[in-house]
Ligand binder design. Structure first.
Ligand code: ADP
Ligand code: CA
Length: 423
């Protein structure tokens, strides 16, 4: 009998290797519940996966939970962790039902709802832009009290899907209608009734560069592991393409970011897991939270930025926390390993993919650690503000931030998605 701990990983896309490799390093076996758009065959491929459990978490969460409880009764597992944004509430519910480590259902609901995050940040005295919650498409004019430019977004979206900047009153009605429509096509939840799961949030535009902070939290104690630099994203749509870590910022600004992120954990009641927090640095100095997500960022690719830049094996530590174990970095100080970069090949105009040019050359570059391609020839990619996932991601390591930046610029010039001609 294997004595290795076993963890149920829910909805982690199997073509993204980081969490699976981390499980191997940490000697943890995984039971993978494939993401809705994944295949059982692909889900069974990573070495760390000892069992594939195909359950329809997205559309039939009650049945999925019953099946999971039954699976646990047959042979108990030791932990459960979310592998994508949408399954966070399910994972919290399952953890409670099975007596495993996780977020409370309340905290899971909070971090899935940008309206609730905004209200809690405000109540806690943390930085918040002016915001208005729109309850029906016709209510768009309630946001006219805010100061333009504004950002219109789904209250429980992800990946900048349906997030639109508007600069004047004329664009607002249209943007709210468009966001509302995308919420429906992407089934982000019921938009009607007093307990509507979703809706539209309009908030004032926070002008300044964007950052990401990855953290671990265990028994309520938070460690911010790394801060990454995303740079200027001005809109009208917010497709992110580059990240670098560690962010080159003065110590007092890094301290302010850390304080804001830790306070947000407390405000949201987030006590266990690995969190991905996005912020804007208003005027280049004042950190204001955009949102917090209860999972590894970027399908796990944020692990790489943290691992290289801080020495913390973030994905392995996240798995440990979800097994109820203390993270190793609580007692062993990690050794930072340099600078890391992440390039997400932009979708651009979208269409049917013919070819992604330049990837083979990139693969051979000694600075490159991972090239993961998720859209093969024939895949249909929707341009922002719609969304269908980035076609490929390149992760690399460098000896300086300047070298990381130069490499990202180089990728921007050499990688290109070619689409089939439209007829
Ligand atoms: P999602 O969950 O879809 O990623 P976010 O709130 O993170 O939603 O918004 C997506 C992106 O839109 C952010 O990364 C940021 O670039 C931009 N954005 C969202 N809200 C604001 C805001 N108030 N000010 C400036 N930019 C914003
Ligand atoms: Ca986001």
């Amino acid at each position: 009998m294997s004595q290795r701990p076993k963890l149920v990983l829910v909805g982690q896309l199997s073509t993204y290797p980081w969490v699976f490799e981390a499980a191997e390093r940490a000697e943890i076996d995984l039971i993978l519940i494939p993401r809705g758009d994944d295949t059982v065959e692909s889900a069974g491929r990573p070495d760390a996966v000892v069992e594939v459990l195909p359950l329809d978490v997205d559309d039939h969460p009650d049945d999925a939970l019953d099946a999971l409880v039954e699976r646990h009764r047959r042979e108990p597992f030791d932990g459960i962790m979310a592998g994508n944004e949408r399954v966070v509430p399910f994972v919290a519910r399952a953890a409670r039902e099975l007596g495993l480590t996780g977020l409370t259902e309340e905290a899971a609901a909070v971090v899935r709802d940008k309206r609730r995050m905004r209200r809690l940040l405000l109540e806690s005295g943390l930085g918040v832009p002016g915001f208005v919650v729109i309850k029906e498409p016709d209510g768009w004019d309630e946001a006219l009290t805010l100061r333009f430019p504004l950002v219109v977004k789904p209250s429980n979206g992800h990946s900048s899907l349906a997030v639109i900047r508007v600069d004047d009153a004329a664009g607002l009605e249209q943007a709210v209608a468009r966001t509302w429509k995308l919420i429906e096509t992407h089934h982000l939840g019921a938009t009607e009734g007093p307990d509507s799961e979703t809706g539209v949030l309009v908030e004032e535009y926070l002008d300044g560069p964007e950052l990401s902070a990855e953290s671990l939290v265990h028994h309520g104690q938070v460690r911010v592991c790394a801060v990454s630099w995303k740079g200027e994203l001005a809109g009208p749509y917010f497709e992110e393409t580059t990240l670098r870590a560690p962010a080159q910022l003065p110590a007092e600004i890094l301290d302010a970011i850390e304080a804001e992120v830790i306070a947000a954990h407390h405000a949201f009641g987030v006590t266990e897991g690995s969190m991905h927090t996005e912020l804007r640095l208003v005027g280049g100095v004042r950190p204001v939270l955009l949102e917090m997500a209860a999972r590894l960022g970027g399908g796990g690719n944020m692990h790489h930025l943290v691992h290289v830049s801080s020495g913390i094996d973030l994905a392995a530590e996240a798995l440990r926390v979800h097994l109820g174990h203390e993270p190793l970095c609580w007692t062993e100080e990690p050794v930072p390993g340099g600078h890391a970069a992440c390039y997400l090949v932009p979708i651009g105009d979208g269409g049917r993919v013919k070819e992604i040019h330049g990837l083979d050359v990139v693969r051979a570059d000694p600075h490159v650690d991972y090239v993961v391609r998720t859209a093969g020839p024939g895949a249909e990619l929707l341009p922002y503000p719609d969304w269908s996932g980035n076609p490929a991601v390149v992760l690399s390591h460098h000896t300086s931030d300047a070298a990381a930046k130069a490499f990202l610029d180089h990728l921007g010039r050499t990688l290109r998605v070619e689409y089939e001609e439209r007829d």
